[in-house]
Design a protein around this ligand. Structure first.
Ligand code: F6R
Length: 608
C-alpha cells in the first residue's frame, strides 16, 4: 500500500527519497512522487505514473542539491493511477503526502472553494484544508496541520512541508504508521522502518493522535490537543540483509526457502522438548485465567485468516471444552457479534497494520475481551494495541504473497492452544506428540523444500496453460487447500478456488472438465480413505489431478503424485503447503509475471 519517506538534514534529499521509496516498493504502488525545497524554499516537484524508474527518468533532468523533501508511492484509492493523482499534492505554499483515507473529503471539499483542485484525490482536499489555516500566517505549519486534522474523519499518516519553512517537516498519524529516524544532524521519516535501514537504527514510532515537528536535529511530538509527548527512542530491529534478495532471483523464493530458519526463530526458547511442553511469555495470561478459557475468536485477513482456520482445527483436537471460531476481519467488524464470557481473541497479522484486523481488535476490546496478537512486524499498531502477544519473528516479508509468516502463524497459535491445554491439565501423552513434531518441523521443512523444488518446477511448467485450478482437502488439509488456492491466484492470476472434499458433490463437481486441473492434498490418517474416494469421484469425471500426499502406497491413477515424507503426521499439511507455495512460484515464473509485486495488490492493506 502507499509509502511515505521524508528527509531533512545535510545530505542530498532527492537521493534519500528515491532510495527510500525503492525500499517501500514491495508494498505495492502505481505511481510515485517527490518534492524537495532549496534553501530559499523553491520547490522541485516530480511525479510519475508507474514504476519508480519513471520517476528517476524525470529526476535525471531535474537534479538538485536540496536537503529537505518528502516522497510517496501511491496505491490508488480515490482516482485512477495518474501523474495528477500522484502525491505530493500542493495547496498554496504547502506540499502533502498521505497514506490512508479521508472519509469526509467530499463534505470538506465543499467549503474549500478557493482552491483550484487538480486531482480526484482525498489527499488534495486535506492539503487545501491545511492551507486554508496556513495561508494567512495566523497558524504555524504544525498548528495549521493540527487545526485541519481536527476536522478530518478517516485514517492518515502524513508528512507536510512548506516553501516558507524549508527546514521543517510536520508529520502526523492516525491509523497509518509513521516512523521518525534519528541521525546525526539529519532526521528521516518513513511509513516503514525498512526505508531507514543503513541510515539509522534509532527511531521514534508515532502513535495515533500524535503530530510531530521534525528538523535536522530535533523532534517535538505532541497530541492533537497540544499536550506534549515525551517520545521513546527505540532500536530498529531489522537489518539490511533481511530486506535484500540474498542471491535469490525473487524475494518470494527467498522467503519460501527461509522457512526452516524463520520457524526456528518462532520456536526459539519456547519449546521444551524433554518435558514435551511449550512456554510463551508474551500473552502474559495467568495460569488460573488460562484454565477458564472456553472460547477463542481468531481474526485475520487473507493468509492470516487461513492460518487461523488451520490452527483452529489443531487447537480443538487437543484442548477439551473449547470452541474456536476463526473469522474474516472485514466481515466480523460489522457483525455486532456477541463474544461469550471466558473468551480470548487472537489477532493475526503479519504486518500488524491491516486496517480491517485493527478495526476488529478495537471492537473486541470494547467488549472487554482479552486480545492476544500473533504479529510479525515489531512495534506495529496491532502489536502495540493488543493486551499481550506472541511475535512470530520471521523477519521482514517483502514479497506481497505471504509464505513464511503463514507457517509461523499456524505454529504460534498452536503453541498458544498448547499453553491453554497444559493449564487445563491435558495429559502430557496427548500433547507431547504435537510438541515433538513442532520441534522437528524446521528440518522437515528444509528437506521437503530441497526434495520437491525441481519436481514442482517441472510440474508447474506442464500445467502452466490451464486457466482454472481447484484445490481440495479435508480436515486440516482443507484450510491448507484454501491457502494454496490463494497463493496461486494472487501471483499467477490462475482462477484458483478451494473446496472441502466433502463439498464436491454438493456443487463444485459440475465444474470438472478439460479447462480445469485439480490439486488434492491427501494426508494419511483417519480420513485418508474418504479423501481417496473423493479423488476417485474426480477421476471418474476425467479430472486432471495432481495429488500431494505422504501416503507411500498411493496408487490411484492420477496424473501426478508429489510425495512428501511421512515422518511428520499432525503437521503434514504445513509441508503440503510448501508444495503449494513452490507451485504458485514456479507457475508465475513460467508465465513471466511479476512474482513479488502482483498487479492490483499491496503488501500491507492499511485502508478498509
Ligand atoms: C496473501 C497475503 C494477504 C495477507 C492479508 C493480511 O498472500 O499476503 O492475504 O495475508 O492481507 O495481511 P496481514 O497479515 O499483514 O494482516
Amino acid at each position: 500500500m502507499c509509502g511515505i519517506v521524508g528527509y531533512v538534514g545535510n545530505k542530498n534529499a532527492q537521493d534519500f527519497l528515491i532510495s527510500g521509496l525503492k525500499r517501500l516498493e514491495y508494498r505495492g504502488y502505481d505511481s510515485a512522487g517527490i518534492v524537495t525545497l532549496d534553501v530559499k524554499g523553491e520547490p522541485t516537484l516530480l511525479r510519475a505514473k508507474g514504476k519508480i524508474a519513471n520517476l528517476e527518468e524525470k529526476l535525471a533532468a531535474n537534479k538538485r542539491d536540496d536537503t529537505i523533501g518528502i516522497g510517496h508511492t501511491r496505491w490508488a484509492t480515490h482516482g485512477e493511477p495518474s501523474e495528477e493523482n500522484a502525491h505530493p499534492h500542493r495547496a498554496g505554499e504547502i506540499f502533502l503526502v498521505h497514506n490512508g483515507i479521508i472519509e469526509n473529503y467530499k463534505e470538506l471539499k465543499e467549503h474549500l472553494t478557493e482552491h483550484d483542485f487538480k486531482s480526484q484525490t482525498d489527499t488534495e482536499v486535506l492539503a487545501a484544508l491545511i492551507n486554508s489555516f496556513y495561508k494567512d500566517g495566523k497558524y504555524s505549519l504544525i498548528n495549521a496541520v493540527v487545526q485541519a486534522l481536527k476536522l478530518v474523519k478517516g485514517t492518515y499518516g502524513i508528512a507536510v512541508v512548506s516553501c516558507k519553512k524549508p527546514d521543517e517537516i510536520v508529520v502526523a498519524r492516525s491509523g497509518s504508521p509513521l516512523v521518525i529516524g534519528i541521525g546525526h544532524d539529519e532526521t528521516m521519516i518513513a511509513s516503514d522502518a525498512s526505508a531507514l535501514l543503513g541510515h539509522t537504527k534509532q527511531a521514534i514510532y508515532l502513535n495515533d493522535g500524535e503530530v510531530a515537528l521534525v528538523t535536522s536535529n530535533s523532534v517535538e511530538v505532541k497530541t492533537l490537543n497540544a499536550e506534549p509527548v515525551s517520545a521513546k527512542v527505540e532500536e530498529i530491529e531489522t537489518n539490511l540483509a533481511a530486506i535484500q534478495k540474498g542471491g535469490y532471483e525473487h524475494f518470494l523464493l527467498k522467503e519460501i526457502m527461509e522457512q526452516p530458519e524463520s520457524l526456528k526463530e518462532t520456536l526459539r526458547g519456547r519449546v521444551n522438548l524433554e518435558e514435551g511442553t511449550v512456554r510463551l511469555g508474551g500473552p502474559g495470561i495467568p495460569e488460573a485465567e488460562l484454565r477458564q478459557i472456553k472460547h477463542l475468536v481468531i481474526v485475520g485477513c487473507g493468509t492470516a485468516y487461513h492460518a487461523g482456520l488451520l490452527a483452529s482445527y489443531y487447537i480443538e483436537q487437543f484442548t477439551p471444552e473449547i470452541t474456536v471460531e476463526t473469522v474474516i476481519a472485514s466481515e466480523y467488524r460489522y457483525r455486532n457479534a456477541y463474544i461469550p464470557e471466558n473468551s480470548v481473541a487472537l489477532i493475526v497479522s503479519q504486518s500488524g497494520e491491516t486496517a480491517d484486523t485493527l478495526a476488529c481488535l478495537r471492537e473486541i476490546k470494547k467488549q472487554g475481551v482479552k486480545t492476544i496478537g500473533i504479529v510479525n512486524a515489531i512495534g506495529s499498531t496491532i502489536a502495540r494495541e493488543v493486551d499481550g502477544g506472541t511475535y512470530v519473528h520471521v523477519g521482514p516479508e517483502i514479497s506481497v504473497a505471504s509464505t513464511k509468516a503463514f507457517t509461523s502463524q499456524v505454529i504460534a497459535m498452536v503453541m498458544f492452544g498448547l499453553t491453554i491445554a497444559q493449564a487445563k491439565g491435558v495429559k502430557p501423552a496427548i500433547l507431547k506428540p504435537y510438541v515433538k513434531e513442532i520441534a522437528k518441523l524446521p528440518e522437515a521443512i528444509h528437506d521437503t523444500l530441497e526434495n520437491a523444488k525441481g519436481e514442482v518446477e517441472e510440474i508447474a511448467k506442464k500445467y502452466v496453460d490451464y486457466e482454472h485450478a481447484i484445490y481440495l482437502g479435508r480436515d486440516t488439509a482443507y484450510p491448507t487447500a484454501m491457502e494454496g488456492a490463494l497463493k496461486l491466484k494472487e501471483i499467477s492470476y490462475v482462477d484458483a478456488n478451494a473446496y472441502a472434499f466433502g463439498e464436491l458433490k454438493h456443487g463444485p463437481l459440475a465444474l470438472i472438465d478439460d479447462r480445469f486441473f485439480e490439486i488434492a492434498l491427501v494426508p494419511k490418517g483417519e480420513l485418508y480413505e474418504k479423501a481417496a474416494s473423493n479423488v476417485q469421484e474426480v477421476l471418474a469425471r476425467n479430472g486432471h489431478m495432481i495429488v500431494v500426499t505422504n501416503v507411500e502406497q498411493f496408487d490411484l491413477p492420477v496424473e501426478r503424485v508429489i510425495r512428501i515424507s511421512d515422518e511428520i503426521e499432525h503437521f503434514a499439511p504445513l509441508l503440503m503447503n510448501l508444495i503449494s507455495q513452490l507451485f504458485a512460484y514456479y507457475t508465475t515464473v513460467a508465465k513471466g509475471y511479476n512474482v513479488d509485486q502482483p498487479r492490483n495488490l499491496a503488501k500491507s492493506v492499511t485502508v478498509e
